[in-house]
Design a protein around this ligand. Structure first.
Ligand code: FAD
Length: 471
């Protein structure tokens, strides 16, 4: 038998379900393949930082696989359609008997995998797909009528119940193989896609596992107390690894359980608080799979399609560049532009600001985030944007509108985070950081910083009226 493992968003050898199962037969020859699809990435607005991150991890993956005696073939093509042809021809060339892959849940990815299944239907090649990027497959956590939950909390409760009864196994990396057929690995050439290096994330599966371990041992206890304060930077920073599959959620769960065996039953603990975020990740993946419209630029709540968004490119550019005159928004956007990552509290603040203060279409923000984030992930990003825009599954109604200045006072009371990214406000006293213009007027100081592009209270009225009209 010759097994082909098709790597996509699962760039690791430990606890990789497709790889693990492909290696179960000791006599099979195992070959791996990765196909870069720059045209498709362009269509999905993949950020140059994420492309760079993938490229780095691909080289790492090839090293890891070579220690197991498994060659990694590499090809670059255009779109998913072209990737399907490459898989077909590779299957022919190497007389593949079994194709192993981990499932993806985005619409285009699902169509690609269906196309492969159709193409190979008449052959003797067996397909083996795994739900590897989630702890529970979409469709397994459902309500009494067998339907997906519309709101998060009951989903979470059911999910925790499921995990109390379901053993979670983490597979070690496969053993070194003795291969009967010798196949050479391909060189991993530079992608024909813009790649941007970042120094903010260490590279490699081993390093990522260490980060997870360190976080669970040293930081998780304080998670609930500190997670909302951007300046403390106390969250795990693991999203980029989870997004491209350098880490699995099973590894996260198992590590937490090792440190805090009872955490599922201690909902007030830091460990549960952190795991709760991983359940959000799972929730959005389930939704994306079960509601294809979410992959197609459609809101979850249909009536919100009638909202008349403002079409103001100047305001959008100010938001993108961090020049809105609201320091917390601007510092956050500059964090995104400079590092490719943004703290969760700030993602909430800037997305709410774009939608509810500027009344711009949430999809503009969603796309811009994808084009910048190193952890850009359709499910989480779409879920986050629709939550903020009140077009999604959020239990709270659309009239919950964040006030950016109050958010700033609450989560960055001394302006320490703002100072990191807005050097032009260096001389402003701590307690004036949320509204430096008022302080400047009172003290007759001229600021080299834009006036607020919108007045929050007016914007709030405008937004409420627009949502009401649409409803
Ligand atoms: P931690 O606080 O350490 O959380 C642990 C893990 O849980 C994260 O690594 C991530 O995988 C997951 N997670 C945490 N919060 C969420 C959440 N709200 N929804 C889904 N998963 C979550 N996350 C992405 O991974 N990719 C995105 O493209 C993305 N876009 C977002 C857009 C908006 C508008 C909002 C509000 C949130 C978005 N998030 C996204 C969720 C969240 O902001 C990030 O996952 C988190 O900030 C990453 O930092 P961390 O790894 O330190 O998180």
């Amino acid at each position: 038998a010759t097994h082909l493992v098709w790597f996509r968003n699962d760039l690791r050898v430990t606890d990789n379900l497709a790889l693990h199962h492909a290696c179960q037969d000791p006599d099979a020859t195992v070959i791996a393949i990765y196909i870069a699809t720059p045209k498709q990435w362009q269509q999905h607005d993949m950020s140059p930082r994420q492309a760079w991150f993938i490229h780095q991890h691909l080289a790492e993956l090839q090293n890891q696989l070579s220690t197991l005696n498994i060659p990694l073939l590499y090809q670059e093509t255009g779109t998913f359609d072209d990737a399907v042809s490459i898989i077909q021809s590779t299957c022919l060339q190497y007389q593949i008997t079994d194709l192993f892959y981990n499932k993806q849940y985005e619409w285009n990815e699902v169509q690609r995998d269906k196309a492969i299944a159709r193409q190979l239907a008449d052959s003797t090649i067996a397909l083996h797909g795994y739900d590897d990027s989630v702890l529970s497959a979409p469709g397994t956590i459902v309500n009494g009528s067998g339907k997906m939950y519309q709101v998060y909390t009951p989903f979470r409760n059911k999910y925790c119940d499921y995990l109390r009864h379901q053993p979670v196994e983490v597979y070690p990396k496969p053993k070194k193989r003795v291969q009967s057929v010798k196949v050479d690995s391909d060189a991993i050439k530079p992608f024909s896609y813009p790649c941007q290096k970042t120094d903010h994330f260490v590279i490699g599966e081993t390093q990522a596992i260490k980060c997870l371990q360190r976080f669970c041992q040293e930081q998780v206890d304080d998670y609930l107390k500190q997670r909302d304060i951007p300046f403390l930077d106390s969250t795990s920073h693991l999203s980029a690894y989870l997004t491209i599959g350098v880490l699995s959620p099973r590894q996260c769960f198992a590590r937490l359980k090792l440190e805090y065996p009872e955490f599922l039953d201690v909902t007030s603990s830091g460990a549960f608080g952190w795991f709760n975020q991983l359940i959000w990740r799972e929730f959005y993946r389930h939704l994306l799979f079960l509601f294809p419209k979410l992959s197609k630029n459609k809101p979850y709540i249909d009536w919100t399609q009638r909202i008349k968004w403002r079409n103001d490119k100047t305001d959008f550019t100010a938001w993108q560049k961090g020049l809105t005159g609201y320091p917390i928004v601007d510092a956050a956007m500059r964090q995104l532009n400079q590092t490719g990552w943004m703290h969760n509290r700030l993602r909430l603040i800037v997305s709410s600001f774009l939608v509810k203060d500027l009344m711009l279409d949430w999809r503009w923000g969603e796309r811009y985030f994808m084009s910048q984030l190193i952890d850009g992930d359709l499910a989480a990003n779409n879920g986050g944007w629709q939550w903020s825009a009140s077009t999604g599954t959020d239990a709270a109604p659309y009239f919950r509108i964040f006030n950016p200045s109050s958010q700033s006072k609450r989560f960055d009371p001394d302006g320490k985070f703002i100072r990191q990214y807005l050097p032009e406000l260096a001389d402003i006293p701590d307690d004036a950081m949320s509204d430096p213009h008022r302080w400047a007027k009172q003290n007759n100081v001229k600021l080299d910083y834009p006036e607020p592009i919108v007045e929050h209270n007016k914007a709030r009225q405008y937004t409420l009226a627009a949502f009401n009209a649409a409803k």
